[in-house]
Structure formats: C-alpha cells, structure tokens
Design a protein around this ligand. Sequence first.
Ligand code: NDP
Length: 497
Amino acid sequence: MTTPLVDRTEAARAKALAWIQQGSKRLLIGGQWVTAASGKSFEVINPATEQLLCHVAEADSADVDAAVLAARKAFEASSWAAMSPHTRTRSLLRIADTIEAHIDELAAIESLDNGMPLWFAQGAVAATVDIFRYYAGWCTKVLGTTIPSDGSTLTYTLREPLGVCGQVIPWNVPVLMAAIKFANALCCGNTVILKPAELACLSSLRLAELVQETDLPPGVINVLPGFGPTAGAALAQHLDVDKIAFTGSTAVGKQIVRDATSNLKKVTLELGGKAPNVVFADADIEKAVQAAVKTFCSNSGQVCSAGTRLFVQESIHEQVAERVAQVAATWKVGDPFAADTRLGPLISARQRDRVREYIGVGQEGGAALRLGGNAWNGPGYFVEPTVFDNVKNNMRIAQEEIFGPVLSIIPFKNEDDAVLQGNDTTYGLSAAVWTKDVARAHKVVKALKAGRLWINTFGESDPAMAFGGYKQSGWGREFGQESIDAYTQTKSVMVRF
Ligand code: NDP
C-alpha cells in the first residue's frame, strides 16, 4: 500500500525539522564535524515564515586553511589517489543509493531552508541521484590517448585529476549544485572543499553527512558554510587550491577570476542568464505557453537558465500574451509544503525587495503590466507571477537578471529579428525555439549564442548534455565529456625503445 501524499509530506517535514533542530550545524573538515575556528555562527531563516531554523558555524579563512590541508592530505593519500576506478564507481553508486533512500528528507530540508515547493525539491534531489550514477559511469572512462609514432618511441597521454578543488555554490537549488560539483570532481579523483551560500546551506550539510556514511576517505569532501567575501574569497585566493568552480552572479564570477590569479588556479564559471524563448506563429501554441509559464515561475524564477524573455511572433502576439497571463494566474503562491503550491517565497527579504524594485523599473520604463506585480508584506518573501507585455529588448527588465517570477514578452517580426533581439544581451546561457518548421528550428538554434538550447521544449536536462555559457554566462561546461575535461589535466609521455 502506498503512503498518502499528505502523510508522506508531513513525515518528510517532521524528519527534516528533527535533523535541523538536532544541535547546531558544524563545518566538515577532514572527516570531522567541527565548530568554526573563530567560534562564530550565523542564523538560518525559513523564507516562508521568517522564523529561525537553526545556527550554522561560520567558516572564514582559518577554516579554509584547515580544510585545504585536509583535502591536500586526502588527495595525496593512497586510499584515494590509488583507488581503482572500479572501486570509485562503486563508491559513487553507493552515494547515489544513499541519497535515493533519503529523497523526501533532503527535499524537505531544501524546502524549509530555500522556500522552494516540496514537489520541486523532490525533483531536484531525484536529479542528484541520476547525476551521481552518471558520473559513477565515468570513473572507468577517463581515458588518455596513444599518439602515432615511427616505432622507436611510444607516446601516450594520461588524464589526471587536478588536485584540491574549491567549489562555491549559490542558494537557488543548492542540493543539485552541490551534487553536480561533488560527483564531477570525485569521479576524476579530485578532493573538494564546498562553500555553500549562507542563505541556504542545510541541504549541502545533510548531503555531506550522507556521503560520509559511505566509505569515502576522510578529507575527500569538506564543507564550509560561510560568507562569500570571507570564506569564498579565501578559497578563490588560496595558494594550495588547484581549481575553483563557481556558480552564481556574473559580478562575483569576475571577482573569482581576479582572486584565482594568486596561483593561476583553473577556473570554471556557471553564471547568470537572460534566456530568449522564441515562439514562431506555426508553433504548438498551447505547449509553448505552458512551458513559458513553467520556466519563468519554477523556483519563483530563481533559476539561471529560466526563459525570462519570451519572444513572440507579431501575428500571434496578442493570443500568446493573453494565454500566458491566464496560465500564470493559476500558478498558486504559498506554503511550500501545500500540495497545490506552485511558487514558494523568494530566498530573502533582500531578494524580494530587489525583484519588487525591478517590477517598478518595468512600469516606469513603459512596459505593460499584464499580470501580478505584487509582493506580499509577509511573513515570508512572496512575489506573485508577474508578466510584462510589449517590452523593448533594451529595457533593463529585459537585459538584467532579475531572479524572480517576472517575464518580459517581446514581439518580433521574423527569423532575423528574433535572432538579432535574442542575441542582444551580455548573457548566453540557454535559449529555446518553438516551431513546426524543422529547417527553421535548426537554423535559429545555430544562430542563437547560448550554451544550451531546446527545440519545442524548455528546461529539460540530462547529465550527459553539457551545460554552461557563451559570453558573460561563464567559462567551461558542467555535465558531459566537457566536465571531465574541466576536472582533469593532460600529461604527455614519450618512451624511447
Ligand atoms: P552571488 O554570486 O553573490 O553568490 C553566489 C555564491 O558566491 C555564494 O556562495 C556567495 O556567498 C559567494 N560569494 C559572494 N561573494 C564572493 C566572493 N567575493 N568570493 C567568493 N565567493 C563569493 O549571488 P547572490 O546570492 O548575491 O545573488 C545575486 C544575484 O546573482 C541574483 O539575484 C541572481 O541574479 C544572480 N545569481 C545567479 C545564480 C546562478 O545560478 N547563475 C545563482 C545565484 C545568484 P554568500 O552568498 O554566502 O555570501
């Protein structure tokens, strides 16, 4: 007999709260849960209720030093470096199985900490299971090459791990971000120090506990909740960190690059986006509308790849705009644990106020407010789905990453106009095209400057499909073969007979 949904939700919330309230949360360094060297901690607030959830130890540069030492020791230890790839595969598979057994609990922790609806969090945690299984398969396939020679030499390459990898992640879908970064680094044989955002770090801590329950040697993963300008910057600047992988805003990404010059550590950046979602007149309009609403409303718009600029061909513009507003109006805002909630709160009062400010900017700039525009005064940092119509692509609301449930509808004339306007942004993370004309679909995706594209769908993901940005949306790729390249380096060897 299956457990009724309401009971399953309640059980998950109770389990998550029990874990959250069971003592203050610490840093993971060298396999031990420790308090911060400074003794400091910060408060974690539930964004749906504005109530205190718990205190978490606050890492800064002294803790970063300790974690780097532990990660270096683990990297050099034979228990990790000399581990057979097959054993590493089994290790990542065990992590996947452990997470799978805790999907509801991890998802409820994420909902309490970040505010996302439980159904969305459950999907995110389920995706982390697939990610660990995907990277488990890679462990035995990190291959070198042999290079043709005249027979008097043997020349070959080895692909080797980079070493100690610093990883800085944001608050928007932390459990997924942590899993992507852990799994990718570990499958290549690196060790990691993860710094989650202080606004939502609990799922990373619980994930690390679950990973610790498997047989990873101590120091292979270290987790340091703390603030960006202190703990994050110390990691990016550290002389004994070999790589820094960052997900977050473009402004901080640029700072990470400057800090990484300290020892020329390798850098990968997954930054912001302002994705064009292009709907031609011959598209399946209802499917395009449903997907357009889903992409700008999911996780209350706090998604880097969200389709926040909806380009609609002029002849169907009025029809699509009206239907988008109708559908978005049905996306209910409320308690993340209620079964019918589609949007939870934003992460913080600051983020809510920032989004509210952008809504004001849109109105003052002359965009037509077709739906929403209201933020609740609390408790909780809620903003309604908001649709602006007849937006000009050069308006701030169409150029800047708002990170809230705000859509800009922009009419276009023809293919050339859609491509010109779609590419007219500093970002290039993702894009989509809706049309029944196969030739046009491929022509337009080729012309759009973005790292991940969809045709007649939006937002679907597969860990085998590279993800990352053109232009100021980032450097390097996560997922797929490219992500293996990003966590390894090549050694070339010549043997003379
Ligand atoms: P940030 O880019 O500031 O934060 C992302 C991560 O970087 C956090 O862990 C943060 O720490 C850390 N960080 C901040 N400053 C530094 C630094 N100098 N060195 C190292 N690490 C640092 O994003 P915000 O949280 O401030 O959000 C602002 C805007 O950025 C959003 O509104 C959105 O537009 C965009 N954004 C994009 C994301 C994406 O996925 N592409 C994700 C998050 C935000 P901490 O916050 O704990 O201080």
